[in-house]
Design a protein around this ligand. Sequence first.
Ligand SMILES: N[C@@H](CCC[C@H](N)C(=O)O)C(=O)O
Length: 283
Amino acid sequence: MTYAFVKGHGTENDFVLLPDLDGSVHGALTDSEMADRVRRLCDRRAGLGADGILRVIRTADYDGPDRPVSDAEWFMDYRNADGTLAEMCGNGTRVFAEYLRSAGLAGDEITFATRAGDKTLRASGDIWTADLGSPKLLGATQVSVAHHFWPAANVDMGNPHAAAEVESIDPEGPVGDLYDTPVFDEDVYPRGVNVEFFARVAERHVAMRVFERGSGETRSCGTGACAVMVAAAEADGLAGERDADVTYRVDVPGGTLQVTWTTDDRILLAGTALLVAEGTTTL
Ligand SMILES: N[C@@H](CCC[C@H](N)C(=O)O)C(=O)O
């Protein structure tokens, strides 16, 4: 079977988009067949290569796991490179919105469904800003790599994060090459976790690396950048009531994101979204 794909990325967190505009292209697959297809597509040697898949489907046509309850026309069916489902993908929301705009299916503002609820995005030129809703600060936890241990903030952005402040994110330092999953508390995160390491660059400016659940180390993670911002802001005493919005610059290996925590407790993630290729595949 041959079907269409589009390749895109947000700060080099890359995705294969699968337009499934009437639900008939991938809808006939069982869950395990779909997971196999995702792994084949994301394979960086034998496939197209991606950190995850964004299936573009009408909410009413989606009949798979975690069916959203939403009046929004479109559903972002996100899957990690290992075939697992995730609730949310921050960079993915921008790339998904850019696809809908470029296909003439949306304008500069759109609300669509995700497994973590409806999300609204607005574009200004090639920068999309996603309103990812209120973060949940769930206390302190711990992560470790190669017998180095760090306290981490447990932040829920719709999906789970452990954000650890470190002296340096240099791969030559204690954080290392992040080939393997950092050790985390499985009682706190029974369904796995995305682990971020961040270091201070300047006031309200941090740099991070991430090991993503289901994808390994990636060049960027939007919800991870939000979790890092929330952890840094909490450490800076800004997690309580704010009388003005607070913005942090978050550098990732693939670029730069801006994260704003508003006075009404919403997290706004701003960054680029680029579509770089389209074609057909038999994978
Ligand atoms: N890269 C994404 C997060 C994708 C999901 C994550 N790996 C998970 O399993 O929760 C982002 O930009 O937020």
